[in-house]
Design a protein around this ligand. Structure first.
Ligand code: AMP
Length: 198
């Protein structure tokens, strides 16, 4: 059993991928690399990158691929990600998949598994509206939420077929309690010889 792995967690906004991603990464002792978190941290700190992407995030659009991939490349080149990491929110379209493939190929590496959290659109919508009220996220307006779910269906869902062809997708039912879902992910990763989460 290996405890380090290169993983990706995918799912529509509101699928709980952020929460589950942190749980999985902590259990495996690998860093979470969340592009959404990186962008939000830069916006909060008022960096040049933050200023560049503020309007894009508020509209629920995608930050340009080249810029996003460069940021991920920098982050994955850091020491703590050398043996494993969990990507959350990247790649988000097939262009970004190609960028990630090229980067990983430089060190003869590849993703070991893609955790796909399956949540129906209606359930995602309900959860996102609740989060908007609870956390007051400025990109959680009704319009931006619907727009982001559309982008997910049109641009992000196709990356699943690319990874399915490689045989590395674990489709996980994302409806249930946090612990139930973590246990499902754990079982799927264990079946691939990756870690012991619980
Ligand atoms: P998330 O927290 O993953 O929902 O991301 C929040 C927002 O950050 C998205 O709606 C996009 O505007 C931007 N973003 C995050 N990841 C990416 C990515 N891989 N490519 C382009 N834009 C992204």
């Amino acid at each position: 059993m290996t405890t380090s792995a290169r993983l990706l967690i995918v799912g529509p906004q509101g699928s709980g991928k952020g929460t589950q991603g942190v749980r999985v990464a902590e259990a495996l002792n690998i860093p979470v690399v969340s592009t959404g978190d990186i962008f939000r941290a830069n916006i909060k700190a008022g960096t040049e990158l933050g200023q560049q992407v503020t309007a894009i995030l508020e509209a629920g659009d995608l930050v340009p691929d080249e810029l996003t991939s460069e940021i991920v490349r920098d982050r994955l080149s850091q020491e703590d990600a050398a043996d494993g990491f969990l990507l959350d929110g990247y790649p988000r379209n097939t262009t970004q998949v190609a960028h990630l493939d090229a980067f990983l190929a430089e060190s003869d590496a590849a993703l070991a598994a893609v955790i796909l959290l399956d949540v129906p659109r209606e359930e995602s919508l309900t959860r996102l509206r609740l989060r908007a009220v609870e956390q007051g996220r400025s990109d959680d307006t009704d319009e931006a939420i619907a727009h982001r779910l559309d982008i997910y269906e049109h641009e992000t869902a196709p990356i699943i077929s690319v990874y399915e062809q490689r045989g590395i997708v674990d489709r996980i039912d994302g409806v249930g309690s946090l612990d139930e879902i973590t246990a499902r992910i754990s079982a799927a990763l264990s079946a691939r010889g990756i870690g012991q989460l619980v």
